[in-house]
Design a protein around this ligand. Structure first.
Ligand code: ARG
Length: 373
């Protein structure tokens, strides 16, 4: 296991908690509805299931490592997710980066579709040389003309999806007007922006555009909203509803602190680097000390296997997250590690390095030095 400089730094900063003390753990003819093919800005992210050839949602890169999207994009989907940074043409897909962390806004309400936002952490930084994250709007004053971007449905009556990124200009719909549309629109809150073409319904976002950016075009572009919902698409009198980014700046920025920039593997390494050992009952006079390391790279949800039983559990919590690593054994010197995190169970892939030490040393601050590998 490499102890990267970042890791060392974090370890130093978090010594007590993590590293030390626990030694003992839209017209519908065209497109978006009424849009046109647009050059993809580098901050546009196509959110898809790892291995898929088209995105199901959009997103915006707000740092080289973070994508802002809609909560409903990530809460209804399972399986590993990934993004394409700056994707403009599905026949010419840029680099794919896996999503390793998902933070859904704690007040996300799936029924009313409110507080519909999530911050995704990527496996590594975007490497495009033209990359620039989009700036988050910080004023409540929303410009009267905004732009949407996405690979969503082009048709209000059919399912027609483009191969190229679409964009359209839409108009801000004042909050009071939006609420007076009635129906679900009467539940819109100040933390939402309504926008579209109230009069004709010619331009709108649609299914598949969710999570994507609502921007003010400029130098630079500024992110005002996140595509969230609407009743149908591109109908007069029925605007689109967007999550108002400026209302959540603080929360969004907090998700980009140093801890949240770590992917799941890095977090696990940090929290469990030392704790992963067990001292077995003595054999003879010498206790057997084992330390388990594993390639924490690819996280796969896993069902349980009844042939294995729990040998040991290690639990660590940090920054409001609880991680439990479970060591399982089939009895025949065959071990597996599973991680319980955020309500899911992941198989920690082998190979494990199982180190057995037959030394009865006191595991003090020097525990690391007892083991190699
Ligand atoms: N919920 C849709 C999605 O998941 C976005 C719908 C936007 N609808 C609208 N009429 N603006 O992609």
């Amino acid at each position: 296991m490499m102890l990267s400089p970042l890791w060392r730094l974090l370890c130093a900063a978090l010594l007590i908690v993590a590293c030390d003390a626990q030694l003992g753990m839209d017209a519908s003819q065209t497109r978006v509805i009424g849009g046109h093919t647009s050059a993809a800005p580098p901050y546009f992210a196509g959110l898809h299931k790892l291995g898929d050839t088209s995105p199901f949602c959009g997103g915006s890169l707000i740092s080289p490592r973070h994508v802002l999207t809609a909560a409903h994009c990530v809460t209804r989907t399972d399986g590993p997710l990934a993004i394409w940074p700056g994707v403009g043409d599905l026949h010419d897909i840029p680099e794919e980066i896996a999503v390793t962390g998902v933070r859904v806004h704690p007040r996300y309400n799936a029924r009313a579709i409110q507080h519909d936002l999530a911050v995704l952490t990527l496996a590594h930084d975007v490497s495009r040389s033209d990359f620039k994250p989009i700036a988050l709007a910080d004023a409540q004053l929303t410009p009267p003309k905004l732009q949407i971007l996405g690979f969503g449905n082009l048709s209000r009556d059919d399912h027609i999806y483009p191969d190229t990124l679409q964009s359209a200009e839409i108009a801000l719909v004042p909050y009071s007007k939006c609420q007076s549309v009635g129906g679900p629109y009467s539940y819109t809150i100040e933390e939402q922006i309504c926008a579209g073409d109230l009069k004709h319904g010619e331009r709108d976002s649609c299914d598949g555009d969710s999570g994507g950016p609502l921007i003010r075009k400029g130098k630079p572009d500024v992110l005002f909203g996140i595509v969230s919902w609407g009743v149908d698409c591109g109908r007069a009198g029925q605007p689109g509803v967007y999550t108002r980014v400026s209302s959540y700046r603080e929360w969004i920025e907090a998700q980009m602190d140093i801890w949240s920039q770590l992917d799941l593997s890095e977090k696990v390494q940090m929290l469990f680097y030392f704790p992963l050992y067990e001292i077995q009952a003595s054999q003879g006079s010498q206790p057997i000390i084992r330390r388990f390391t594993a390639a924490y790279q690819h996280w796969q949800e896993s069902p349980s296997d009844p042939r294995y039983s729990t040998v040991k559990l290690w639990q660590q919590s940090f920054a409001g997250e609880v991680f439990t690593l479970e060591l399982l054994s089939s009895g025949a010197q065959s071990y597996r590690l599973r991680l319980h995190y955020s309500g899911k169970v992941y198989e920690v892939p082998a190979p494990y390095t199982e180190l057995t030490l037959r030394e009865s040393k006191d595991l003090g601050a020097d525990a690391e030095s007892l083991f190699e590998g």
